[in-house]
Design a protein around this ligand. Sequence first.
Ligand code: NAP
Ligand code: GCO
Length: 265
Amino acid sequence: MNSNLFSLNGKVALVTGAAYGIGFAIAEALAEAGAKIAFNCRKPEHLQSALDEYSKLGIEARGYLCDVTKEDEVKAMVADIESTLGSVDILVNNAGIIRRIPMHEMSVDEFREVVDIDLNAPFIVAKAVIPAMMKKRSGKIINICSMMSELGRETVSAYAAAKGGLKMLTRNIASEYGEYNIQCNGIGPGYIATPQTAPLRERQPDGSRHPFDSFIVAKTPAARWGNPDDLKGPVVFLASQASDFVNGHILYVDGGILAYIGKQP
Ligand code: NAP
Ligand code: GCO
């Protein structure tokens, strides 16, 4: 097999929201495969700590303070990446938030904020990088979807609506730009141990596990939460020439949750 199949040498990767969590692991994996890394977040303290962590790993990441919902900030970031590292070859739309509120109690602004970051922003960032990919007739766009691209649950209406929409945005980008040798796929992580899910894993006052923690472990054939490193292989696959004929696919990295009815209590 061609040993360069999974190489990203000479490629420029932008990973949004990669100050920590899943995005950081994704950026680390892409760097390990040879890519030059650019990433962004909103908070200066997150940016600085991330730059320090990347540096400790020997990764010369270019970090940007950029809110992915602001098109002017995104355009300025992409322009600076193009003038310093080169045009973006690989985009990972990772930045995202969740608000866990019963729908009938959720404000319109709270709903809109989640959809803005989790769905509108991937459109904004993809739109900023696609013209250069079209010129090069080459590009990889990877949208970080979710179990909630397929399933609902209480309190996450905005998130599920956004991630379901992101699945279809992924398929539409694949449909519209495949002829330019641009592949757009999604990764659907299962339940991953990051700050975003920390509230679902908090120990109870009596020291017992959070009920949701126990629920997820029973619902996952792998009988564990995922960790960000579980996403490294899948993202390198979708970012590399190994997946040049994979397009519009959502790769679920979930330990088997979507395949499993769950362990009998
Ligand atoms: P996280 O720990 O909360 O990290 C989110 C990152 O996004 C942070 O770096 C945050 O930095 C950045 N961010 C948030 N809003 C932003 C904005 N408007 N502009 C720029 N950056 C922004 O989340 P995570 O668990 O790593 O999840 C990452 C992605 O995976 C999200 O799309 C999430 O929906 C998805 N996902 C997570 C899980 C899971 O179980 N953890 C499972 C499936 C899918 P700042 O706050 O500094 O901006
Ligand atoms: C939740 C969790 C999930 C995960 C992930 C699952 O509250 O149910 O936060 O939404 O973040 O999206 O794939």
